[in-house]
Design a binder for this molecule. Structure first.
Ligand code: CDP
Ligand code: CDP
Length: 226
């Protein structure tokens, strides 16, 4: 029997968090929880309902009547919003450009952090986001803080968009990533910041597999086989 642990992966936009988190979870047969998808799902619903994104009371009311589920589908994860598959919709440009305004509201964070902690109540979990090591799972055995230059992160998103047939410009992507990182880092409620005991990994010149292997090596030291 091996001891099951929690692995927290944080960092700025497009640093590779969800891609490597999925690989690590798959390798360890752990569950993977994409907390960004939860903020995105609520943002999508608020936009669809034309709710003012500065109206915290209305957004909390909406969230309390909103079911967000993350389901495993082969190697991927699907996002269900009130039973509807919104996996593709939550990644839209419109949601991406608005999600940080919703995510900075303290009452929204409180409710979603509660839900995330419940989802992770059993060990054997890889969770990625902005405040996993600092707020959601402060006792996580392994905390990773992934970074890369903004140019590299924009390039990765650019290539990803190209693969999906979505046109985008490097200049625009750099602007959007910088703006979202700024809002996420400057907010008062659990901002994006490296946890004191997190291992910072600069992935600028690393492949996906190199990053995943680094995290698996860090984890293997803590998964003691008895
Ligand atoms: O994948 P990408 O880095 O573009 O973003 P994401 O992980 O899907 O997160 C989208 C947004 O949700 C972030 O820019 C944050 O504003 C918010 N978020 C957060 O505040 N806390 C988390 N634990 C996860 C996401
Ligand atoms: O979750 P986060 O926003 O941090 O990033 P992601 O969506 O996992 O990764 C953004 C893009 O970068 C994806 O298309 C990955 O395939 C790519 N990537 C990469 O090229 N090299 C890495 N070391 C990590 C991710």
């Amino acid at each position: 029997e091996s001891k099951k642990i929690a692995i927290a992966i944080d960092g700025p936009a497009a640093a590779g968090k969800s891609t490597v988190a999925k690989i690590v979870a798959e390798e360890l047969s752990y569950i993977y929880i994409d907390t960004g998808a939860m903020y995105r799902a609520l943002t999508l619903k608020a936009l669809n309902h034309h709710i003012d994104l500065e109206d915290e009371t209305a957004l909390v009311e909406l969230l309390l009547h909103t079911k967000i589920e993350l389901q495993k589908n082969g190697k991927n994860q699907i996002v269900l919003l009130d039973e509807q598959d919104v996996t593709i919709d939550v990644r839209s440009q419109h949601v991406t450009n608005n999600v940080s305004y919703v995510a900075k509201l303290p009452a929204i964070r409180e409710e979603l952090v509660n839900r995330q902690q419940q989802l992770a109540s059993h060990r054997g979990v890889v969770m990625d986001g902005r405040d996993i090591g600092t707020r959601v799972l402060p006792d996580a055995e392994v905390k990773i803080y992934l970074i890369a230059t903004v140019e590299e992160r924009a390039k990765r998103r650019y290539e990803e968009n190209k693969r999906r047939g979505i046109p985008s410009s490097m200049e625009q992507l750099i602007k959007e990533i910088e703006e979202r990182d700024r809002i996420d880092s400057e907010r008062d409620a659990s901002p994006l910041v490296k946890a004191e005991n997190a291992i910072e990994v600069d992935t600028t010149a690393m492949s996906i597999n190199e990053v995943a292997q680094f995290i698996l090596d860090a984890a293997s030291k803590l998964i003691v086989h008895e």
